[in-house]
Each structure stands twice: as C-alpha cells, then as structure tokens.
Unconditional design. Structure first.
Length: 363
C-alpha cells in the first residue's frame, strides 16, 4: 500500500490535481493499492493557517511514500515577505524531503512535433532526460550577501560550492537512469573556468568506473546549451549542477512545446526502510490568468504521475500506459488552449482527463 500525500496548492494546482487523481483512481480500480491524504501548502495554506509551509503539511509529506504537488503562488501573495511567500512551501518541502535529484524529461509527442519552435525533424522522436542537482551549488552557497562599499556602491555575492559527495550522489542517480535508458550520459559543467567544474568532472569520471556499460561524455555547459537547440537528439541523459540545470532544463523543455506538457520528479536518497523520498510535480506554475476556468492542461501533472509509477511504484508498464494514453488523445486531435492548433478539437481540463481515461480503457 503506497501512501500518497497530495499538495494541490493554488491557482490551477487543484484543477490539474483533480484530473491526476482520476487517472490514479483508474489504476486503483485495477488493483493498484494506495491511499491519499491532502495537505495544504502555498497561498491557500497562508490564508487558512497563517503560513505557506505549515509544519503539519511538512510532517505529512515526510511520512509519505510519494508527494504529488500541483502548483503554488499567485498575484495575491506577491507582496508578502520572502519567508511567507507561497513558494516557501514548495522550497521547504524539497528541503524537508532532501530531494537532491531533479529529473526533467523532454519528450516530444509525435502529434505535437509541429508545435515546437524548432523544425519538426529536429524534435521528432525526442526523448531526453535532464538530471539537475537540486540542493547545492550557487543557490545555497555561503556567503550570499549584499554589502555597501565605502564608495557608495553595493556589492552582491553568491557562492558556488560543491563537495565531492554531493557530486558523487547526483552522478550515481544519473548513471543508474542512463543504464536503464540509452546507456549514454553527458555531464555538463564549466571546468574551463570554475574550480567546482573541475571537481565535478573529476568525481563524475571516477563514478563512471562503476558503470562501464554507460558511455560518458563531458561537455561544457555553454556548449550543451547550444547543442540542445542544434541537435538535441544527440543526448540521452544529461547531468548537471543546480544553476546550469535550471537553465538547461528550461531550454530542453521548450523544445517540446507547451509548459502544460512537462512533468518533473525530485528524488532523495534511499531511506532506512529502502524507500526513497520523492516529489512529483508539473513544471508549470499556478497560471493565475486561467485559474478557476477549467482551461488548464492537466497533461504535465498526469505525466508526473506516470513518473511516480516508474520511479517510486516500480511499475514501468503502468507509466508507459499513461504516456501511451496521452499520445493517443493527442493523435486523436484533443488539445487544451495552450497547445491548440488549427483544425484540432479544443477541450478543457475535465474533457482532456475524460479522453485520457477513455484511452486508458483501450487495450
Ligand atoms: P505559469 O507557469 O503559472 O504560467 C505561464 C503561462 O503558461 C501562463 O500564460 C499560463 O496560463 C500558461 N500555463 C501554465 N501552465 C499551464 C497549463 N497547465 N495549461 C495551460 N496553460 C498553462 O508561470 P507564471 O505566470 O510565471 O507564474 C504564475 C505563478 O506561479 C507565480 O506566482 C509563480 O511564482 C508561480 N510558480 C509556481 C511554480 C510551482 O509551483 N512549481 C512554478 C513556476 C511559477
């Protein structure tokens, strides 16, 4: 029995979560055993409990096998101080769960190959996985401060820090994933100008000795950015640090079209009980412009559930079944507004979920 905690959050978060739970229910009716419990994070938690990262929600998330998150944030809370903002709920959940590996697949569904800003032949059949280090690097390194200089200027400092063990653990996650995919791993850093990049390259090279079946290449992060738009299909798994991963995964995401299509997983270390903390979420935000209107594309959230089936429930066939169902409804011509193309059938959140459930029913 898997314990799933849902954090629907704000804006379109609850709408896409509802659609996702309907897909989960489909598997429940066919023998998949789970229980769900909802908890509050983000703006909605701030409104009812006075903080966006309630301890009670964090405790529930930590006790879960899997956490599913919708989205947090919205204009109503934009002017709150940083420590009260809805995003604080998400950041604390990641911290509490110690999820250090962020997996962002960029998968081009055939029916959407014309929706990319790149030529269809460049993106057709694209299936790459970016593995981003999520808990270290320049976003967390100390000192991180702004000081006043005697001449009246200000001086701001962020610090890029990595230890060899932080690099080792993210590299192992990436090698393991490459091993069950195309057996090719590219590691991106800036070892030409950064000492953290030199250490990154050394440690990844060392870890590679434990994975002789995976072909490792090193690439400078700026070159990786260029290669991703020049010839993205040369990559299978790409591992990189927090900052470069933030940028490169957004770039890869855009290769496949809409933000409403992109799932993610954040995984932690194996715990004493053999399980691994895991947080699954669409990469989009709370989309305040369309919230409450039933227009949101639920596919990113539903594909995040597929990732949970693959990485947390050890049911890769069910993951593939969800992905195939999504592929089928797109091929039938169903589109939410964000991926609408001329001549296709425009539907809202509920009708898109209905179509995916119907496709799941087909053998
Ligand atoms: P956004 O992703 O919410 O929206 C960007 C654009 O994409 C909007 O036009 C929106 O309508 C559209 N869009 C996004 N998801 C969609 C979907 N599933 N279906 C159809 N259209 C979709 O980004 P934003 O506008 O920069 O941010 C809005 C709020 O979300 C902000 O408060 C921001 O801080 C927050 N945010 C949260 C997360 C998160 O929870 N992980 C991520 C990014 C932004």
């Amino acid at each position: 029995m898997f314990k799933i905690v849902t954090l629907p959050g704000d804006g379109i978060g609850p709408e896409v979560m509802d659609a996702t739970l309907r897909v989960l229910g489909w598997f429940g009716r066919r023998g998949f055993q789970y229980q769900t419990e909802e908890a509050l994070v983000g703006g909605i938690a701030y409104e009812s409990l006075g903080r966006s990262d309630p301890d009670e929600s964090m405790a529930k998330a930590k006790a879960a096998d899997v956490v599913l998150l919708g989205a947090v944030g919205g204009p109503k809370w934009d002017n709150l101080p940083f420590h009260q903002k809805p995003e604080r709920g998400l950041l604390r959940a990641r911290q509490e769960l110690q999820v250090f590996a962020n997996l962002r697949p960029a998968l081009c569904f055939d029916a959407l190959k014309d929706a990319s800003t790149l030529k269809p032949e460049i993106v057709s059949g694209l299936d790459i996985l970016i593995v981003r280090e999520l808990m270290g690097g320049v976003y967390f390194g100390e000192p991180k401060e702004t000081t006043d200089l005697p001449d009246g200027q200000k001086r701001a400092v962020d610090t890029q820090v990595y230890t060899s063990s932080e690099i080792d653990r993210i590299a192992r996650v990436a090698f393991e994933l490459a091993r069950v995919r195309g057996k090719k791993l590219a590691s991106a850093e800036k070892s030409n100008v950064m000492v953290t990049g030199v250490l990154w390259r050394q440690v990844v090279t060392e870890v590679a000795k434990d994975y002789p079946d995976v072909q490792l290449t090193h690439i400078l992060a700026d070159n990786a950015a260029m290669q991703l738009v020049r010839n993205p299909k040369q990559f299978d798994v790409l591992v990189t640090d927090n900052l470069f991963g933030d940028v490169l995964s957004d770039e890869a995401a855009q290769l496949t079209g809409s933000i409403g299509m992109l799932p993610s997983a954040s995984l932690g270390a194996k715990r004493a009980d053999g399980k691994q903390s895991a947080l699954y979420e669409p990469i989009h935000g709370s989309a305040p412009d369309i919230a409450g209107k039933g227009l949101a594309n639920p596919i990113a959230s539903i594909l995040s559930l597929a990732m949970a089936f693959r990485y947390s429930f050890a049911r890769p066939d069910d993951a593939a079944r969800i992905e195939k169902a999504v592929d089928a409804v797109l091929a039938e011509g169903y589109r939410t507004g964000d991926i609408m193309q001329p001549g296709k059938i425009q539907v809202g959140t509920t009708a898109m979920a209905d179509a995916i459930l119907k496709a799941l029913d087909k053998p």
